[in-house]
Design a protein around this ligand. Structure first.
Ligand code: ATP
Ligand code: MG
Length: 583
């Protein structure tokens, strides 16, 4: 079984209690069986034991009266949240995470990014949950750079991760690197190999793969009881006699195991490539499978929160700590955050950058924290969104619009509103007068005012223009009402009109405008889905051209504005451009 029996028992108990409580106090083996298998299909591998266990749990639960069941159900809470169907499908209003199992005060969690790229919204989910739990139990959050694969790692990425987490409002109590402990990790590696719980393997990669598939032990493992042979090889791998690809250290697992992870996985490999912090000093590097449990245990982590893709590796995590007689943290799983048509994986993002398909880690189409910041997302919205997802195991893709709507609520009251017209068409008000008007920057909040010079010539969006008809009355927003006289599409694309009055008239169409006395050419970059049908979408970045009121020229770069009837934008480095946030 992938999890310890305790964990399975706890989950069965939670499912049975919930089901009994919802069905007048009675549950049954079949219901519990199908629920648990839908969460943990891998348990099918030992279904007889599982059914026996379920029978015991169901009997015990059915003996309780409703009141007792309710009380126990409240106690289980913890990861029993995973059986709460209300949160299974994405967004709930649950802004509180379920209680952690076996947690007193002083919960220690850790966020372990590899410094091999910029953090994205998936990382935000992980670190926010880690931090929330640390605070909930008055504990500590460790930010630990899992830097044991020097080929992919760079100083730039350590810095980027620190900065972007700071922007997100994360305050780790401890910041450290796995590489700080490399010699300690070597010592534990030696202990494991000397005890015969791991061994040095010099087989060719192809053979290792083949033996794994055929479920047979390799010659290196078969020789493990030959003490002299074994000790000599251990010395050679730790003293640097072996070179890259000549030897690895493998866990002594079980080649018959249905879970291929347990077929003697790699614990250390030789990488002859300078490490960003340690240079060329170290060549023997632990894999994540080895470094994570040992570090978690030594760092005092009480609850190791891991995404569900590690599910099959959890047993290895526990086994390594068992063999080393190290304290075992409680492993808590949650689902990876993913979205349709947007990659939330450093590996995929890197590919897009390397192929020249996107401009870099801050490309506005990405959900890296850097790109999201530049595009106008508020870190508070990201936190709120992550917490609204709860601690589910179900792999659902939440609608991105949910995040947009949370962001909109936060930025709307503090964002100035200006005019932009897309694809402009000239509109002349025959009897329009020259004047200077003062407009307020927000309808309800005091975000200042601005002065705009107007004459009789304006520009409006083509989208609005094509819907106008002769004799129609419309309002130029916050200015006055006009009556359309003539629409000349053929020649000059000019609309002529005449002044009506200033009265606010109910149901009259209102359109935004810019004045030819106070306008500037402006372009707004709008992002579309990065993938279409699983393929890169070459049209995922669209530029919308138009005129903005010249107020925009006074704005600093990275200022949030709302262009009325267009959407929220973040001003760019050039005064004449912005990036679209959302509507
Ligand atoms: P990527 O595929 O983006 O490289 P990763 O898991 O290899 O992801 P790490 O730097 O190892 O990246 O991730 C650090 C932590 O963040 C891990 O604990 C991982 O589980 C978590 N994490 C990464 N991506 C996501 C995601 N999309 N949703 C939730 N958590 C994630
Ligand atoms: Mg990783």
């Amino acid at each position: 079984m992938v999890e310890s029996n305790d964990e399975i028992h706890r989950l069965l108990n939670a499912i049975a209690l919930k089901n009994a409580y919802e069905h007048s106090g009675i549950t049954n083996v079949n219901t519990v069986l199908s629920r648990i298998l839908s969460f943990k299909p891998e348990l099918k591998s030992d279904i007889t034991t599982l059914i026996k266990e379920i029978k015991i749990v169901v009997d015990a639960v059915n003996r309780l009266d409703l009141g007792q069941q309710k009380k126990k159900l409240d106690d289980v809470h913890s990861v029993g949240n995973t059986v709460d169907s209300s949160s299974k499908h994405g967004i709930t209003n649950l802004h509180e995470l379920p209680k952690l199992q076996l947690a007193g005060t002083g919960v220690i969690t850790r966020f372990p990014p590899e410094p091999n790229g910029y953090p994205h919204i998936g990382h935000a989910k992980a670190v926010i949950i880690d931090e929330e739990y640390a605070r909930m139990y008055d504990g500590k959050l460790i930010l630990r750079f899992d830097d044991t694969n020097p080929i992919n790692e760079k100083l730039e990425y350590y810095e980027a991760i620190k900065q972007d987490l700071e922007w997100l409002g994360i305050k780790p109590d401890i910041i450290k690197n796995t590489s700080d402990d490399i010699l300690v990790l070597h010592e534990y590696g030696k202990k494991l190999t000397r005890n015969g719980d791991a061994y040095v393997c010099t087989c060719h990669t192809d053979n290792i793969h083949k033996f794994r598939m055929e479920q047979v032990e390799c010659p290196c493992r078969r020789n493990i009881d030959n003490i002299d042979f074994t000790l000599e090889r251990i010395d050679k791998i730790f003293d640097g006699t072996y070179h890259q690809n000549e030897a690895i250290i493998r866990f002594r697992g079980n080649m018959q195991d249905k879970n291929t992870v347990m077929r003697d996985p790699t614990l250390f490999r030789i990488i002859e490539f300078p490490h960003p912090l340690l240079g060329e000093k170290i060549k023997l590097w632990p894999t994540y499978d080895f470094a994570a449990p040992v570090e978690d245990s030594l760092d005092g982590v009480t609850h190791a929160l891991r995404t569900k893709e590690y599910e099959l590796r959890n047993i290895l995590y526990i086994n390594i700590l068992d063999k080393l007689q190290l304290r075992k943290p409680i492993v808590v799983e949650f689902s990876r955050l993913e979205f349709d048509n947007m990659p939330v994986s450093k590996r995929k993002i890197k590919q897009l950058i390397d192929n020249g398909q996107i401009s870099g880690w801050d490309d506005p189409r990405l959900l890296t924290l850097l790109a999201m910041r530049k595009r106008g997302f508020d870190p508070k919205a990201i936190r709120k969104f992550v917490l609204s997802l709860g601690l589910t195991l179900a792999e659902t893709k939440p609608p991105f619009e949910a995040l947009e709507s949370m962001n909109r609520k936060i930025i709307d009251p503090v964002t100035i509103r200006l005019f932009f017209v897309k694809d402009p068409i000239m509109l002349v008000v025959d009897d329009g007068k020259n004047s200077k008007i003062t407009l307020s920057n927000h309808p309800t909040n005091d975000l200042g005012t601005r002065e705009i010079e107007v004459s009789n010539t304006f520009y409006i969006s083509r989208d609005d223009a094509i819907l106008l008809a002769e004799d129609q009355e419309v309002r130029l927003m916050e200015l006055y009402n006009i009556k359309i006289n003539n629409i000349d599409w053929e020649n000059k694309k000019v609309i002529t009109s005449s002044y009506l009055n200033k009265d606010l008239v109910r149901n009259m169409k209102k359109i935004q405008w810019v004045s030819d006395k106070a306008m500037t050419k402006y372009s707004i970059v709008v992002t579309k889905d990065l993938y279409l049908n699983d393929k890169f979408n070459p049209n995922s970045l669209v530029t919308v051209d138009g005129y903005a009121e010249s107020t925009v020229l006074q704005l600093k770069s990275q200022t949030q504005v709302q262009f009325i009837r267009f959407g929220f934008c973040m001003t760019g480095e050039k005064k004449s451009s912005a990036i679209f946030t959302h509507r």
